[in-house]
Design a binder for this molecule. Structure first.
Ligand code: NBP
Length: 477
């Protein structure tokens, strides 16, 4: 019998994705380099649906109906190329290879171009939600040709998370667009996590609350505008007690945060495209800093301010301000992420619909949140998409209301010596965009002085250079 879709690479993600397809009534061909995994999948989960196991690549390809839809879920990087090289010669024009791994979008662009030459569709497909999402409904971000989406879309949409009857899956754009937005999703996820972590740290060190109390505060926040998966799990983690020591779980975890690389890719891409994503970069650097044990050891005895204990009333007020700082900084981080997607779209000619990401990130993925509805609305209002989310009326109003608390938190954090790089960077970004004049004018003056890099004037067109080492007269360059 012929399968509608095939999955090769049956580690946690591939296995769960294959089960998800099967549970939705699709016949799924399954294959893995090491055949034991394939046999294991069918033996353990065969009753969940219609699986067609294949031991060889040839058998696998032969079991797929045409045009073939072949999902690759192997380790990103060289393994993906190895799998493509193995399967491409066995496929026929019009067939589709879908890479559901965490590929870099530039690799996806390269692979798509090479396979297009052979008449094959290559779909770089971002999948978010981890193993749980893969099984029960991820957020899916497929790139590639519109033609391939015609054949793939209904299948992918059927297994995606659903919010208000809408699937968390949509065609993103050509070649690397799907993996690009998945990368930005992960960058935003880094920022979100860092901002939540800073909130915890301030509530603990400034307000003086214990983790269990902070868990309650997060639970309360989760019933309001901050309602999100990450706030929900944060409350769970903070409320957890270590069974061995009876101490708060968060206190027995080594304070070195790790990273796999998509946050770093986001920042590298932002540097290349000249997009300020300080909320995301501070989050990436905060993780990096936490891992530099030797630096932290060397600096441990550096002087800091004395931290007075807060009166309980002041502590409660401070907690409210932290909620405002978190919300405002979150708006900034998302505005930066959306700016990066807009820049990527322009750079690569993707014509991204920027509202789509807000729609498909409302469910299935790690940053799923009520908040995304507001972004979706921002892109639906009016004919023109907002240049920045900050200037959308809903967000402008929220920032107006939050800024007093936000500034209070950043100044308290600074005065009391508690690092809040995410909050501070977000506020600096906000104030810099708001500023009528920036000291960039002085930087241009400096550049012209030492390097004759020229400057533009506010009062007339043209490029100018001042003869700084001579009579300081100005010349049109
Ligand atoms: P892994 O990333 O651990 O990869 C293991 C799979 O790759 C196995 O099926 C393995 O086959 C196969 N593989 C390797 Br390694 N080298 C191969 C080669 N040269 N030829 C053929 N197959 C090869 O699996 P995962 O954690 O399920 O993730 C799969 C993809 O999904 C990755 O790109 C990951 O970044 C992405 N992703 C993961 C998550 C998550 O939460 N884990 C979330 C979103 C996306 P074998 O069994 O024969 O060794």
């Amino acid at each position: 019998r012929q399968a509608q879709i095939g999955v090769t690479g049956l580690a946690v993600m591939g296995r769960n994705l294959a089960r998800n397809f099967a549970r939705h009534g699709h016949t799924v061909a399954v294959h893995n380099r090491t055949a034991a995994r394939t046999r294991d999948l069918v033996a353990t989960y065969g009753h969940e649906g219609d699986f067609v196991p294949a031991e060889t690549a040839e058998e696998f390809v032969a079991s797929l109906e045409r045009p073939r839809r072949l999902v690759v879920m192997v380790k990103a990087g060289a393994p993906t190329d190895a799998v493509i090289d193995e399967f491409a010669p066995l496929l026929e024009p019009g067939d589709m290879i879908v890479d559901g791994g965490n590929a870099h979008y530039l690799d996806t662009r390269r692979r798509e171009a090479a396979l297009r030459e052979r008449g094959l569709h290559f779909v770089g497909c971002g999948i978010s939600g981890g193993e749980e999402g893969a099984l029960n409904g991820p957020s899916i971000m497929p790139g590639g040709s519109a033609e391939s989406y015609q054949a793939l879309g209904p299948l992918l949409e059927s297994i995606a998370a659903q919010v208000d009857g809408e699937p968390c899956c949509a065609h993103i754009g050509p070649d690397g667009a799907g993996h690009f937005v998945k990368m930005v999703h992960n960058g935003i996820e880094y920022a979100d996590m860092q901002l939540i972590a800073e909130s915890y740290d301030l509530l603990r060190k400034v307000a003086g609350y214990e983790p269990a109390h902070i868990a309650e505060i997060f639970r309360k926040w989760n019933t309001g505008r901050l309602d999100s998966y990450l706030i929900e799990i944060t409350a769970e983690v903070l409320a957890h007690t270590d069974a061995d020591t009876d101490r708060p779980f968060v206190d027995i975890v080594a304070d070195r945060a790790e990273q796999k690389g998509t946050g770093r890719w986001t920042v590298q891409t932002a540097l290349d495209l000249g997009v300020p994503v300080s909320g995301i970069s501070e989050a990436v650097f905060a993780r990096a800093l936490s891992g530099h044990t030797e630096l932290r050891e060397a600096a441990r005895s550096l002087p800091g301010p004395i931290r007075p204990e807060l009166h309980p009333d002041d502590a409660a007020r401070f907690a409210d301000s932290v909620e405002q700082a978190l919300y405002a900084s979150k708006i900034v981080a998302y505005a930066q992420g959306w700016h990066l997607m807009r820049a990527g779209s322009a750079e690569y000619g993707w014509d991204l619909d920027l509202g789509t990401m807000a729609t498909i990130w409302r469910g299935g993925c790690i940053i799923r949140a009520r908040f995304l509805n507001r972004i979706r609305e921002a892109y639906r209002r009016g004919d023109e998409a907002p240049v920045t989310l900050l200037s959308d009326e809903t967000f402008t109003e929220a920032l107006r209301d939050a800024q007093v608390g936000w500034r209070h938190v950043v100044s308290q954090a600074t005065a009391l010596g508690v690092p809040a790089p995410g909050f501070s960077a977000a506020l600096a970004y906000y104030d810099a965009l708001r500023a009528g004049r920036l000291p960039a004018a002085l930087v241009q003056g400096q550049r012209d002085y030492f390097g004759a890099h020229t400057y533009e004037r506010v009062d007339r067109d043209g490029s100018f250079h001042t003869l700084w080492g001579e009579d300081r007269t100005e010349h049109e360059a």
